[in-house]
Design a protein around this ligand. Structure first.
Ligand code: SF4
Ligand code: SF4
Length: 476
């Protein structure tokens, strides 16, 4: 690197070389007890992630985030765009839950449950090891080119599968089936979306990898505000490990008499083998303390436990702990945020439950149609106002809704495009015309009361300001 370049005072990013190029990580696998548990959970999660859009509850997918039609289904319940309060409460519940779990368990989600970690560590990296050999043993020269090509072909197939799974959460499995079975020429937009998502998956798992956790994920960036000194972290016990260094080997003459502990020259338990660094998928040295890049993958714990087993020292030099426990030897479970978060969560969940249980069978909104003429006069002198009745059918069956005016008397309703039943969860805007005899108007605006009745027993009333020509009588 040229000397003229300004040198950073400290490491900027674990995946960045001093000259700004990418530091490619090739983490060694440390298949210890935590890794085996993570692998079992990862396989289970892969099944869950794949199956969720196919599981039907009350005839609806377990999760469907239909952004285009603004409908969000969670385990048999559908929220609509009009459910502003419910959606706001739901989002607050999600955020408070994330804050609470992070305050208690740290980044356990990142290491054990996040799809990025699950698919990278337990699908893509095993495939890489299969084709390219294990990190630390492989040499680029000895790996034939065809293996790399074959690896990327397998990556591509898996990325396409993941893209289909990912999109099924947003478009539903029925649409997905049509996309798969139909020709791309029949649905070019869908094909482009699918190709784009596949390319993004390939880019992420084949190239971007740990960068997503380190520089792109907002959850990772917010760790510093969500954790406190008593939160669970993967930590290195510096008191036990330092001063680090290689243990001296006993000379042959003294080997039988002097215990290894004494020969270790008062050093700590860390023998500076760097296995914890070599195995870290985000390229950090956990012995430097808690870092934002740490995703709780526990690989350094497994690597160090294996070393401790070899040198006959107790496991847990790197372990699940908290900053407070590592510094003082004591750890607090109860602390203000552990009480405040559950209280807020309880209030939010209660409010969500009450609002959800009191929701009616339909949402009705009455809107004036924007036209240059606020009203028009019919050939017989009657006054007509154009309006739209927006109805969302929240029930589980098709419902025919009829619109009438109950106050004042004498006002009729005409359906511009007829009136047919509305399917469950469908939102439709029905154009109608309110026709009133001119004598109804005692002022420019006449409030009318509109009744909407569904054949499922639903009924609601809405006020609507009908505009008329009365002002003409007063005008000069
Ligand atoms: S694996 Fe354990 S012993 Fe080896 S360098 Fe890391 S902390 Fe030290
Ligand atoms: S420091 Fe340890 S737990 Fe954290 S990301 Fe690296 S290997 Fe995983």
């Amino acid at each position: 690197m040229p000397d003229t370049l300004l040198q950073p005072e400290e490491r900027v990013l674990s995946t960045l070389n001093a000259d700004g190029t990418r530091r490619w990580l090739k983490p060694r696998l440390s298949p210890g007890r935590f890794w085996h548990k993570r692998r079992a959970i990862a396989y289970l999660l892969i099944i869950v992630f794949t199956a969720l859009p196919y599981i039907m509850i009350n005839g609806k997918p377990a999760i469907l985030l239909d952004i285009i039609n603004r409908r969000f289904t969670f385990f048999g319940k559908t929220l609509f765009a009009t459910d502003t309060l419910l959606l706001a409460l739901f989002m607050m519940i999600v955020f408070v839950t994330v804050f609470m779990l992070t305050a208690i368990f740290g980044r356990v989600w990142c290491g054990w449950g996040c799809p990025q970690t699950v698919y990278l560590e337990f699908v893509f990296r095993p495939i890489e090891r299969l084709f390219m050999g294990k990190p630390g043993t492989r040499s680029k020269k000895t790996v034939p080119g065809w293996r790399k090509v074959a690896m990327y072909v397998v990556y591509l197939l898996i990325a396409a599968f993941l893209a289909h799974t990912f999109l099924s959460y947003f478009v539903g499995i029925e649409n997905l089936r049509k996309w798969i079975l139909g020709s791309p020429l029949d649905h070019p937009v869908a094909f482009i979306v699918m190709a784009f998502v596949t390319a993004m998956m390939l880019f992420d798992f084949g190239f971007f990898r740990e960068q997503l956790c380190i520089v792109a994920c907002p959850y990772g960036r917010m760790q510093s505000v969500m954790l406190d000194r008593a939160s669970l972290i993967v930590g290195y016990d510096a008191k036990r490990g330092e001063p680090r260094g290689k243990a001296k080997r006993p000379k042959k003459s003294e080997a039988n008499d002097v215990p290894l502990d004494v020969i270790a020259d008062q050093r700590g338990d860390c023998i500076d083998c760097t296995m914890c660094v070599q195995t870290c998928p985000t390229g950090i040295d956990i012995r430097d303390g808690l870092q934002m890049e740490c995703v709780h993958c526990t690989q350094c714990m497994d690597a160090c436990d294996a070393i401790m087993d070899k040198i006959g020292r107790p496991r847990g030099l790197i372990r699940y702990s908290s900053q407070e426990a590592l510094d003082t030897g004591r750890s607090r479970v109860l602390r203000p945020r552990i009480i405040v978060y559950p209280v807020i969560l309880l209030i939010l969940v209660t409010a969500f439950g009450i609002v959800l249980s009191t929701k009616s069978l339909a949402d009705v909104t009455l809107l004036r149609v924007n036209q240059t003429e606020l009203f028009h006069t019919m050939p017989d002198g009657a006054i007509a106002n154009d309006a739209r009745v927006s109805i969302t059918n929240r029930s589980d069956q098709p419902v025919l809704y009829s619109v009438s005016v109950v106050e004042p008397a004498g006002i009729s309703v005409e359906y511009v495009e007829g009136n047919t039943p509305i399917a469950p969860e469908e939102n439709r805007s029905i154009p109608v015309v309110f026709v009133a005899p001119p004598e109804v108007f005692t002022a420019t605006t006449q409030q009318i009361v509109v009744r909407v009745v569904g054949d499922d027993g639903y009924e609601t009333r809405r006020k609507f300001p009908m505009l008329g020509p009365y002002w003409k009588a007063d005008s000069p």
